[in-house]
Structures are given as C-alpha cells and as structure tokens.
Design a binder for this molecule. Structure first.
Ligand code: UD1
Length: 419
C-alpha cells in the first residue's frame, strides 16, 4: 500500500454538519463473526477504511465471498474452505487475532501467526490463548505460528479474565456461541462494540446474555443463520471530530450518533468549557471561545476514558489555558504522537505513564509523520488549530480507521488535500 500525505492549512474554525461513520472496532469482529453463519450476512453502515478491506481480503483468502458497495458489505461464507491466515494479513491488521475465535467456532481449527510487535507497545495474545484452552482447544505454538485444534469440539466453561481485554472477550464470544453448553466470562470487557457484536450474533440465532456487563453468559448453538445488521456509529471518530472542532475553536454538529455512546469522554470537553448538547438528533459542539484545560484524564477500560481518544484529546488541549495531565494505563507506548505535537509548538512533558500538557497560545504547522492510527489523527487535529501549513506523511495509518477523512474535514470547512 502506498502511503500518501495530507496537507492542511490550519487556524480556520471548523463549522458545519457531518455524519459519523460506522465503527471500526465493531465492524472488524462482526465481519469475522459472519464466518459462523450458515448463509449470507448483510452488514450496513460499514466504513470504507483499509481495515475493512483487509478483513475482506482475509475472508477472500478463506474462500468466503464479499461484495462491498456503498456502505453495505454482503458476506457469503458458504464456500469457505481454509482455516489459516497468512502472515502478511496477520501483520497488516493486528486485530486479525479475532479470527482465532471465529475460525474455531466455525470449523474447530485454525492456524494464525502471531500478530507481531505493535506501535502501541507489546501486545501479547496470552489471554486469548489461555481463554481458548479453557474451551477445550489444544494450542501449539511453533515458528511464530499458532495452531489451534479442538479434538473433542469446543466445550463451554467459566473463564475469568485477569484484565477486561476487548479482543479476548470477543474471541471467547466468537468461539463460545458454537460451543457445547454454557460459557461464563467473568471480568469481561464492557465496551459498546462488544454489545454490538453480541447483538449481531443474537440476531443470527446465538444466545448471549449480559454483553456490556462484566459477566457475559453464552449458551452454544449448533447453527447460526445470516441476517441484515447495521454497524453501530464510531464513537472514536466522533471524539476525533469534536477534538478537531475544539482545536480549531469551531462549531460543529455530528449526526448518526447518540450522545450516550460518548459518555466516557464528553465530560472532558464540557470541563474545558465547550457547549455540548443534543439538537434535532445531532450532537452539537460549540468551542468558539477561550477554553480551560481538561484537568486530569486517566485512560481505563470502558466505562473509563478510552485510550483511543487520548491522542486526539491531547491535541485538543494543547491550546487550552492551564495544565492537563494524562495518565495512560491501557497501553505502554501510546505517546508516540507527542514529539510531533511538540514540533508544532505544544508544551508536553512525558514522565512514565503521565503526559503533562501546559496550554500554549498558538500551534504552528510543521512536517510530521503519522506514527499510528490515533496518533496520526492527533496530528491532524492539531494541524486544524495550527497557524500555517502542516504536512502529515504516512497517512495509511489514518486510513486504517477513518473513512475519507479529507472529505469529512472539507465538509466542515477545513482546508485539506491528499497528495
Ligand atoms: C481493542 C481495540 C483498540 C483499543 C483497545 C483498548 C479493536 C479492534 N481494537 O484492542 O482500538 O485501543 O481495545 O480499548 O477493537 N493484553 C495482554 N494480553 C492479551 C491481550 C491483551 O496483555 O492476551 C493487554 C494489551 O497489551 C493491552 C491491554 O491488555 O495493554 C488491553 O488490550 P485489549 O483490551 O485486548 O485491546 P485490543 O483488543 O487489542
């Protein structure tokens, strides 16, 4: 994939209305879940992002047929005849580890490679492997590959997670919906995207209770059927556009997303002094004023402040009056955007897990390079509030999660081109 650049002329307050795309973190497990169905699945509100395309390439490799037009993805798993995922696809999208649960649920076996090192720090899969073992899976790890078989079939069990890992919870659900008997997940992740996966699977005939809570109970079924399902809106994309409005001191409306999905982060923008309310089904944000700091922000599993929102909110507070302190507790290495923000004039000091941001009067355009998906979005957010021109390279990271971001920003009056 060739990586393009975004060129942004900043310091122009964003204004206008856009529709929020479908959620990346929901579409990926749901596409994998479609493998579990006997017949066709129709997924609406699918975002055109490169991670969705990678998911389709994985399905195609497995022998599944996918048709993606407008925002509807039709998946027919009938001809699936493979249970391995090649290394290059595993490396391209680290969340492809969720195919472990999906393939085990569908075929009782799979061969994947380790998702590899990650830009956010080590991203081990020990919890995924241990959880599959609890369902009766034999796991062989050799030469960087993970081979999983379940000679006696998947059997439900009680699984207690030491940490509410999103991907592990999804993998357990994907396998357990086809296991014999009952599976109980204790200390499950509670992210709304997990509820969306469970809603999709229940529509396909699965029996999952409690998704969105710490205890999830799954009763396995022999067969699941396809269905038509609409992917939930992307709360992280919403947070990104709100941050961009804040950094540019603009005034925007977001449609297609309920404010209840934004509860884990909206209070930070309110604490900064933004006016946020719901009007005519849209989230309306007015940040066209002097803003205060975001106070102390600690990233935590849901319903805590999301780690994925930390980089964009950091860009949003760079010009706010006072000190904002971030504490990143979910990933070890999630401050890679900081150097670029500093290059743009921000005052940020990182000490271990903490990043201390002291508000400055102005940010300035610079040449920067996207380090990872949300880190790249953070640079774009800062660029919209910065004087002069910013050039962001390596935007293939941004394209993994944002659908046509330059169109969305242009619709809000931002000056941006892709080159
Ligand atoms: C998902 C999201 C990602 C988000 C993250 C946390 C998707 C596609 N991705 O990632 O955007 O940032 O949740 O909200 O939904 N861990 C282990 N061992 C494991 C599994 C996880 O130590 O086997 C650790 C990770 O290294 C990390 C923490 O647990 O420090 C959280 O990871 P997890 O919740 O699993 O995140 P992902 O599912 O990878």
């Amino acid at each position: 994939m060739s990586c393009q650049k975004l060129i942004i002329e900043g310091a122009r307050p964003l204004s206008g209305e856009i529709k929020v795309q479908g959620a990346k973190n929901s579409v990926l497990p749901i596409v994998a879940a479609s493998l579990l169905c006997e017949d066709e699945t129709v997924l609406e509100n699918c975002p055109h992002i490169s991670d969705t395309y990678t998911s389709c390439r994985i399905l195609n490799h497995l022998g599944c047929r996918c048709k993606f037009s407008a925002n509807t993805l039709v998946i027919n798993p009938k001809d699936t005849d493979k249970t391995d995922i090649p290394d290059e696809l595993m490396q391209e999208m680290r969340s492809s580890i969720i195919y472990m649960g999906a393939l085990l649920g569908a075929f009782g076996r799979c061969r994947l490679s380790f998702p590899g090192g990650c830009e956010l720090g080590p991203r081990p899969v020990d919890m995924h492997i241990n959880a599959m073992k609890r369902l009766g899976v034999r796991v062989l790890e050799e030469y960087g590959a993970i081979e999983c078989v379940c000679p006696k079939g998947l059997t439900g069990n009680k699984i207690t997670l030491s940490y509410p890992s999103v991907g592990t919870t999804e993998n357990i659900i994907l396998a357990a919906v086809k296991a014999k008997g009952e599976t109980v997940i204790i200390n499950a992740a509670r992210e709304p995207e997990i509820t969306d996966l469970a809603k999709f699977l229940n529509k396909c005939g699965a029996d999952i209770k409690g998704a969105g809570n710490s205890t999830v109970v799954i009763n396995g079924k022999d067969k699941l059927h396809g269905c038509t399902y609409s992917i939930m809106p992307d709360r992280i994309a919403a947070a990104t556009y709100i941050s961009a409005a804040v950094c540019s001191r603009g005034e925007i409306s977001l449609k297609g997303i309920d404010i209840s999905l934004c509860e884990s982060f909206i209070s930070v923008f309110e604490q900064m002094g933004c006016s946020i309310y719901v009007y005519d089904g849209c989230i309306y944000v007015n940040a066209a004023k002097k803003l205060r700091s975001g106070g102390k922000i600690i990233t935590l599993p849901h319903p805590g402040f999301p780690t994925d929102v930390q980089p964009v909110v950091m860009a949003a507070v760079c010009k706010a009056q006072g000190i904002t302190i971030f504490e990143e507790t979910v990933f070890e290495n999630r401050y890679r955007h900081v150097d670029s923000l500093v290059k743009m004039g921000a005052d940020i000091n990182v000490v271990g897990k903490a990043a201390v941001v002291t508000g400055v009067e102005k940010l300035y355009g610079a040449k920067v390079s996207a380090t990872d998906l949300r880190g790249g979005a953070s640079m774009l957010t800062a660029a919209l509030g910065a004087e002069g021109i910013t050039e962001i390279s390596e935007i293939c990271h941004i394209d993994r999660g944002y659908e046509n971001i330059e169109k969305a920003i242009s619709l809000l009056g931002g000056k941006i081109i892709r080159k």
